[in-house]
Design a protein around this ligand. Structure first.
Ligand code: ADP
Length: 549
């Protein structure tokens, strides 16, 4: 191509070509763009009537033709295993090949490599050079002409120079590709981490627009894509369309997003959500900066601390109850013990009074220990530390033992109506506690001389226990609240109690897979407390009992 130019023109053309070569392929974003740059440059300096750019995969020994041109028409590439043609030879020998007369030196070539339909073309001459990186062959460039003797050694040098630039560009593209893959891998990993997080997380851009939410955040906000426009700052969102909880969160978000816009952080702000179910969230926000210090935006994280706060409240409640309920027995114990002490020191001998004082001390110590056990049990139930040890247990035998044990020490009539034998897999110690609680309540809340009836009946699948009294009774509202922690009815205030017994008993029954309920026709008309247990093993045996209620 250059032979018709004068020597000076040729030199200028080659110098210009050298300058262009420096920038060859630097803008190419992929192999196709690189192919175009290589083709443009090649046609400037030599006859590229037929032009081919291929990359080589050493591991599979496969030549991948990126693209080919024949008489100005671009054709798809294809791939072929290393074979016997000139292209393969150049890859194998890593040396350029100048074919002056193709018809005498080699076979016709098939355009559209790798496809059977490829048209056979018959170039008369060609120049093929390897694209090298150190010692490795990255690919080949091939220019062919339908004229014989179209190329000379200088053309090999020119194409070699282009191939050198192609090598640099291919390496750069591979690094970029690798980086993009790494980037994508990290993005996927990050996505997976965000999706598996229990904390709700929002990513905010530097202008304060919410650009991303993880699964937990979407669940927390309960927003559909129509109500939340990603990338829009909060003030431009249609907050009036948001559900109540989401609006409460949005109010809390305003100062957090403002802090991010200013490049600062917000730590552990507590938010109480009142709409719907009461929830307590802890919110933290921090700004994110690029390595050069430019503000990128930030993240806001919401951590649900409702359970933690509930537990704290429970501890406070238990402490208050303990403080309140232990006060009386301790005062009595101290008073009686002082009395006993002064009698013993003065030698004043009234054995009857001393015996009464000692008996009172024993009673109140029993009361204290019972209270401590209940507090401990409730604490374990709440903390999920209570475990069941189910064993074949006969409820009728158990009820007989319990009622006989109590009968002698109370002023009520205790009747037991029980089936012959009602056996199931239950934790005997815990069911005894439940039964004791119901019977002692029946005794506490009914007048002396009245009757307490304990009934045990076994069905095919469930066993039912009922404790009926003739006492103070309950109205509808009270029946609905009975099993709440610490609940006591107005009419029960004159009797000592902490309002924990039924709560705990219900927890034990629920842990066995059963249920507990109460019936009453109203105040003064007595009450009936029942619970039903599944006969089969339906409970969380030997595992911590989950918190109930
Ligand atoms: P406590 O008896 O120590 O107060 P419980 O949890 O056992 O605690 O009972 C909670 C409340 O339920 C009692 O304070 C009382 O108001 C009511 N209650 C329980 N059993 C009966 C009953 N048999 N008759 C009437 N009220 C009862």
């Amino acid at each position: 191509m250059l032979e018709s130019l004068t020597v000076n023109e040729q030199l200028r053309a080659r110098l210009e070509s050298a300058t262009r070569l420096g920038a060859l392929g630097v803008d190419a974003r992929d192999l196709l763009e690189l192919f175009r740059a290589l083709y443009d440059e090649t046609t400037r300096v030599l006859d590229a009537t037929v032009f081919l750019f291929a990359v080589y995969d050493e591991a599979s020994e496969t030549v991948e033709v990126v693209r080919q041109v024949d008489r100005g028409v671009e054709h798809e590439g294809g791939s072929f295993p290393l074979g016997k043609g000139f292209t393969s030879e150049v890859i194998r020998t890593k040396a350029p090949r100048l074919v002056r007369r193709w018809s005498t030196e080699g076979p016709p070539v098939r355009l559209l490599y790798g496809t059977e339909t490829g048209e056979l073309v018959t170039p008369q001459s060609g120049v093929i050079v390897p694209i090298m990186s150190g010692d490795a062959v990255l690919g080949v460039l091939s220019a062919q002409s339908y004229r014989a003797e179209a190329y000379e050694d200088a053309d090999v040098l020119s194409l070699n120079a282009i191939a050198a630039q192609a090598g640099i560009a291919i390496k750069r593209l591979r690094v970029a590709d690798q980086m993009a893959q790494e980037h994508q891998k990290h993005a996927l990993q990050l996505e997976a981490v965000l999706a598996s997080m229990n904390d709700a997380l929002l990513i905010v851009d530097a202008r304060g627009g919410i650009v991303r939410l993880n699964r937990a955040a979407r669940e927390l906000l309960c927003l559909d894509s129509a109500s939340l426009v990603l990338g829009q700052p909060l003030e431009r969102q249609r907050l009036e369309k948001w559900p109540k909880t989401a609006r409460e969160i949005a109010t809390a978000l305003v100062p957090a997003i403002d802090a991010i816009r200013l490049g600062t952080s917000v730590a552990d702000v507590e938010i109480e959500l009142k709409a719907g179910q009461r929830r307590v969230l802890s919110m933290a926000a921090s700004a994110l900066r690029a390595p050069n210090g430019v503000l990128q935006g930030g993240v806001v994280v919401f951590h649900d601390i409702t359970e933690q706060r509930e537990l704290e409240r429970l501890r406070e409640d238990i402490f208050e109850m303990a403080w309140h309920d232990m006060g009386t027995p301790i005062t009595v114990i101290r008073g009686q013990a002082e009395l006993l002490l002064s009698r013993l020191s003065s030698g004043a001998g009234d054995p009857g009074a001393s015996k009464a004082a000692a008996a009172s001390i024993v009673r109140h110590v029993d009361r204290l220990s019972e209270l401590l056990t209940t507090l401990f049990d409730v604490h374990c139930l709440e903390a999920g530390l209570l475990s069941l040890s189910p064993w074949p247990t006969d409820l009728s035998v158990l009820a007989r033992e319990v009622t006989e044990g109590i009968r002698s020490s109370v002023h009520h009539e205790i009747r037991l109506v029980a089936d012959e034998s009602v056996v199931g897999e239950w934790d005997e110690r815990r069911i005894r506690q439940v039964l004791m609680n119901l019977i002692s309540n029946a005794l506490k809340y009914s007048p002396e001389g009245s009757t307490v009836t304990v009934s045990i009946s076994g069905g095919e699948r469930t066993a039912t226990v009922a404790v009926q009294d003739e006492g103070i009774g309950l109205d509808g509202t009270e029946l609905g609240r009975l099993f709440r922690r610490g609940y006591r009815t107005e009419s029960a205030r004159h009797v000592a109690g902490a309002g924990l017994g039924l709560y705990f008993a219900q927890g034990i029954v629920a842990a066995h897979g059963g249920r507990m309920w109460a019936e009453s026709k109203g105040h003064g008309l007595g009450s009936k407390f029942c619970f039903a247990l599944p006969i089969g093993a339906n409970h969380t045996a030997d595992r911590p009992v989950a918190k109930t209620a």
